[in-house]
Design a protein around this ligand. Structure first.
Ligand code: SER
Length: 318
């Protein structure tokens, strides 16, 4: 069957790179990127879409004969705390639009990104397992754990093939994150290259689970490609990449940029980070669909510096 894919939140940190990857796999003519605003670089089919607008979503599904939806639109953890009710509202109502459209319009597969933010203070901090306390302490995390349970509900009640991973903090060179607690791990590279210094909003020893963009995208594509009968988790799969603290990341960056200096001025994001695990047990992903991360801290830092350095040199020349 010829797949026709629609992505919501296609301009976001993950959406941008996922859109490009899906276009490479499925062909430019089979992937429709959607977001509230047009992308800065137009490389394929695009439609403006407010993901909470059911009617507009349904019109696009019909118009393009969509068979799969990747629902990437969401308000992240730190930004979400500024307006918790709006965060809940947007994250949930957009997901319901997608689930209901998918159920009633014959969509074959839905991808729903969940997060390490589903875990709260009672979950074990290290090697956090698939099945443990999900006492999420942010509006974003509460919306993600609710979304996971709705994914399971639609699968069990209607047979809708919804698949999901709990992403760690995603580190990418192509796109900037917006409004997350783990964003420092991307911002630090831009500051290191531009100003040789960074003021970190987390304490130096705050270890969090992270993943490099190539691994995050590969995990998504591998999960979506796996045979349905191999998938035991219909809420969301734990997914591990690497774990590190700001201090460890800064030390690794210093290996490439010896003049780099870091300061620590913790803000309200520290409280969010303190609720989250330090490392993740992703046994089910490994067993069910053969997941294995490729990037550790050293590889990731090399890749980030190698990608961003030439851009920085270009900017200073201009
Ligand atoms: N990276 C996200 C955040 O920090 C977690 O899913 O909000």
């Amino acid at each position: 069957m010829k797949e026709k894919i629609l992505i919501t939140g296609a301009n976001g940190q993950l959406g941008t790179v996922l859109t490009d990857s899906l276009r490479q796999v499925f062909g430019l003519e089979n992937v429709v990127a959607t977001d509230l605003h047009p992308p800065t670089a137009q490389t394929g089919m695009y439609a403006t879409l407010d993901a909470t607008d059911t009617k507009a979503l349904r019109t696009l599904i019909k118009k393009f004969g969509i068979t799969q939806i990747y629902h990437m639109a969401a308000i992240l953890s730190a930004k979400g705390e500024q307006d918790p009710v709006r965060t809940w509202d947007l994250n949930m109502s957009s997901f319901f639009c997608v689930l209901e459209a998918a159920r009633t319009m014959g969509i074959q597969k839905v991808f729903f990104p969940s997060s390490i933010a589903v875990f709260g203070k009672n979950a074990p901090k290290t090697n956090t397992s698939q099945f443990t306390y999900c006492d999420a302490g942010t509006a974003y995390g509460i919306s993600k754990i609710a979304g996971e349970n709705w994914a399971l509900y639609y699968y069990e009640k209607y047979g809708l093939d919804v698949r999901s991973v709990r992403y760690p903090g995603v580190i990418s060179h192509q796109s900037l994150p917006g409004g997350g607690t783990t964003d420092y791990a991307v911002a630090i590279f831009h500051h290191a290259l531009q100003k040789q210094s960074y003021d970190c909003y987390l304490k130096k020893d705050t270890i969090l689970p992270m993943i490099y963009i190539d691994d995050a995208i590969r995990a998504t594509l591998e999960l979506m490609d796996a045979p349905a009968n191999q998938l035991r988790i219909r809420t969301s799969y734990n997914l591990a990449g690497m774990s590190f603290s700001p201090e460890a990341l800064a030390a690794e960056i210093k290996n490439h940029l010896p003049d780099f200096q870091i300061n620590y001025t913790p803000d309200s994001r520290q409280k969010i980070a303190d609720q989250w695990p330090q490392s993740i047990d992703d046994q089910y992903a490994r067993e069910d669909w053969g997941w294995k991360s490729k990037f550790d801290l050293a590889n990731m830092v090399s890749a980030m510096v190698n990608h961003l350095k030439p851009l920085q040199q270009l900017n200073t020349q201009l």
